[in-house]
Design a protein around this ligand. Structure first.
Ligand code: FMN
Length: 156
């Protein structure tokens, strides 16, 4: 199960900040999309067609995340959530389920709609479903020699 794979993800100081809200009730999912994907984010409404939308929410104000942000200037919370989300996505892929990370939406609106408590924020959505028959990927990947560097070999 995808959330089981995410549950086992590493996190800074093992704080496991993630919570997953599965929107699989068609009427509720539709209402979510209509309420949250408004204005600039209307173009994200296409995710309403996905059978399932998963909301990635995170606990806020965890000490390790605050230290990361203030002292090291690194958003460790986002790293934790990114790793867990990608565990989820890779497990889905293994099961033949297609996914799409979504960040073109208002996390504030999503939080309000879902009635999340004050110590939580919405990070991302993941739309998921079985790919259409014959669906192909059309993406350009950077060649390895443009992203991999060794020792004194400087990034250009
Ligand atoms: C953090 C993140 C946010 C994304 N947000 C959106 C989004 O809001 N809308 C969208 O259509 N795709 C979004 N995507 C999907 C990317 O455009 C897509 O992953 C990328 O083009 C590579 O395609 P692939 O995942 O099919 O290989 C997002 C992906 C990531 C990783």
């Amino acid at each position: 199960m995808c959330v089981e794979a995410a549950r086992l993800a590493p996190s800074a100081d093992n704080v496991q900040p993630w919570r997953f809200i599965v929107l699989d009730d068609p009427a509720y999912k539709k209402l979510f999309c209509e309420s949250v994907l408004t204005g600039l984010f209307r173009r994200t409404r296409f995710i309403e067609k996905a059978p399932v939308i998963v909301v990635l929410a995170a606990k806020t104000s965890l000490i390790v995340h605050r230290v990361g942000k203030r002292v090291v200037k690194t958003d460790v919370q986002l790293i934790d959530m990114g790793i867990a989300g990608e565990h989820f996505v890779l497990q889905a892929q293994e099961l033949g389920i297609g996914t799409c990370w979504i960040n073109m939406f208002s996390p504030k609106r999503a939080k309000r709609f879902l009635g999340l408590p004050s110590g939580m924020r919405v990070i991302s959505l993941i739309a998921m479903g079985y790919p259409a028959e014959g669906a192909t990927k059309n993406r350009r990947d950077l060649p390895l020699d443009s992203i991999l560097f060794y020792n004194k070999n400087r990034i250009k």
